[in-house]
Design a protein. Structure first.
Length: 582
């Protein structure tokens, strides 16, 4: 046991801690505030405290638990709402009201609920770590597999189906060192990634239903993406859309240091949303980590690790998990504050010199892996982090460090947001390094010419950017026929395809086959117009006045299943073009 010698906001220095280890959890003062050792010098330990330190002073006791910061993993996680150190906010509300009482100790999971465990292993089976013992049907969407914990292997000596709490023995394994009882509850350190057998190269996209992403800047399942953008450009709404619609089995949403009202919107909205595949509430496959800007700054740092460790737990069951971190800038600011209080040598803009390596540690825990165990089960984590650069300046350290790590960059533009174009992803600066690798998947699973159509549409948008300078100087009338059609088609791509209404029941989500049909309509117009104007010398204005363009614009509101309407619009396009050509 040590004693406090210095208090500096969330940082406490204690002496008499020679027997402690780095990252051990400690309890500070009479309230037993939760802290974590982040530096050791001799018998002095620097501790970041995850609660308000008012009232703590020199001489107060510091007791080490001897264990690292860990999360509790067992049935009951799904639909949970936790703070940065996995304290259940619903239970805290019941116990201490709207303000969290300091030093309150609440189990992250209910220890009294009995779960219906169904054994899949049998007496005499030889199992190794990661093999399935059985499962609990946690809810209608999630089959919660109970796996043999890491470090345990042997022969099943006792196992039975039945109703158990997460702390009751469900099986006994005969290991080399004797009989090992197994319970459903696992404790896992958050700062070290859970083990896996092999990391694989991402080979399939995580379809999001957002047209600008799936068509032009896809993210691979198991990939990492960043969404940087200035205030008001729609980072949070984009992440909400991905959490609702992305093709993932489980969502872990980490609200890390953002404003409380944004997190309130998530907490109010998610329980009312329906999962598009099952019709069940979306919360049944979601875990929320709520660590807002008015919560202790040190807990922001822990919240990122808490979320990614929970994601790894479900990945090991073979699930595809999507992790949303909103935002990594607030997490980096917490690192900067603690680094300053530790009197470390500052790096660029005051951030610690190890900022890049800490960001890399987080994003590198994403990926597609073969999980440990005797089978070939695969699971994945897709990490998507929002970045909030001050003033939208992407040259600042957090943005630059993130861009060096991730392979997808969805750059949000304030100018697009001011024009009410959402999602405000700037197609001229964004990129995806997965596009080339995923092109074959799209051509095989969506349409044979999907990737070529996407490339053609992007070239039209890029050409428009160059022509826009000419138009500003000399006006649109000075353009040739081909350039006028290009500008008109680019406008259709921007307004009728890239613009997507997150609050419209139909437009909020667009499956790949509908994306293909919409894109094909616009590019069919382009090809027909170019042929008529260049080969047959038709006046561009005659083409651009066709009434069918109104139908193309409204194609985004056609229900996904109504393919006949798309065919009708294409036929009408051909008829009107033929009438003009004569």
């Amino acid at each position: 046991m040590g004693s406090v010698v210095k208090v500096s906001g969330p940082l406490i220095v204690a002496e008499g801690m020679a027997d402690s280890r780095m990252f051990d959890v400690v309890e500070v003062g009479t309230f037993g505030l939760i802290g974590e050792i982040i530096e050791l010098r001799g018998d002095k330990a620097s501790i970041q405290v995850y609660e308000e330190t008012a009232g703590v002073g020199p001489g107060d006791a510091v007791i080490s638990t001897g264990a690292p910061l860990s999360v509790s993993l067992a049935p009951g996680l799904m639909s949970g709402i936790y703070d940065g150190i996995q304290r259940p906010l619903v239970k805290l509300l019941e116990q201490s009201g709207s303000r969290i009482t300091r030093g309150v100790k609440v189990s992250p999971l209910d220890l009294d609920v009995k779960w219906a465990f169904v054994a899949t292993a049998t007496f005499g089976d030889k199992l190794q770590a990661g093999d399935e013992l059985g499962f609990v049907q946690e809810n209608e969407l999630i089959k919660h597999k109970i796996l043999l914990p890491y470090g345990v292997s042997g022969t099943v000596k006792k196992i039975a189906s039945g109703d158990f709490t997460i702390t009751e023995t469900i099986a006994e394994i005969e290991t080399e060192s004797g009989i090992k009882p197994v319970i459903m509850l696992q404790k896992c350190p958050v700062r070290k990634g859970r083990p896996y057998k092999q990391k694989l190269a991402p080979a399939a996209p995580m379809v999001t239903g957002q047209r600008v992403i799936d068509t032009f800047f896809p993210i691979a399942r198991g990939g990492a993406a960043a969404i940087p953008g200035p205030f008001g450009s729609g980072k949070t709404v984009v992440q909400h859309q991905l959490a609702k619609w992305a093709e993932a089995d489980i969502i872990v949403y980490i609200g890390c240091g953002e404003r409380g009202n944004e997190m309130t919107d998530v907490l109010n909205e998610f329980p009312e949303l329906k999962d598009p595949k099952s019709g069940e509430p979306l919360m049944k496959r979601t875990v929320l980590i709520a660590n807002t800007s008015d919560m202790p700054v040190a807990a922001r740092e822990a919240s990122i690790y808490t979320g990614i460790t929970i994601a790894e737990y479900f990945r090991d069951m073979g699930y595809n998990v999507a992790v949303m971190a909103d935002s990594s800038s607030r997490w980096a600011e917490a690192l900067r504050e603690m680094s300053g209080r530790l009197e470390e040598m500052p790096g660029e803009e005051g951030y610690p010199a190890y900022l890049s390596s800490r960001l890399a540690e987080f994003y590198e825990r994403a990926g597609v892996v073969k999980v440990i165990g005797s089978g070939d089960t695969e699971g994945s984590i897709t990490a998507i982090g929002a970045v909030s650069p001050p003033g939208g300046d992407l040259s600042e350290p957090v943005s630059q460090a993130t861009l060096r790590i991730v392979k997808v960059f969805w750059g949000l533009s304030s100018s697009l947001a001011y024009k009410r174009h959402f999602p405000a992803i700037d197609w001229l600066v964004s990129y995806s390094l997965y596009s080339e690798k995923l092109a074959n998947w799209f051509d095989t699973n969506a349409a044979a010419d999907f990737s070529s159509l996407a490339a053609k549409a992007m070239s039209i948008l890029q050409e428009e950017a160059g022509l826009a300078e000419i138009v500003r100087l000399v006006g649109a009338d000075a353009l040739g026929a081909k350039d006028k059609i290009t500008m008109d088609t680019a406008r259709m791509l921007r307004e009728d395809y890239l613009h997507q209404n997150a609050f419209d029941d139909i437009d909020t989500y667009t499956p790949l086959d509908k994306q293909y049909r919409m894109l094909k309509l616009i590019l069919s117009y382009y090809d027909s117009a170019i042929y008529a104007c260049i080969t047959l010398n038709v006046v561009p204005e005659d083409i651009m006045k066709m009434s069918v363009k109104e139908n193309i614009a409204r194609a985004k509101l056609i229900p996904t299943s109504d393919t006949a309407q798309f065919d009708a619009i294409e036929s009408e396009l051909k008829r009107q073009i033929s009438n003009i050509i004569g």
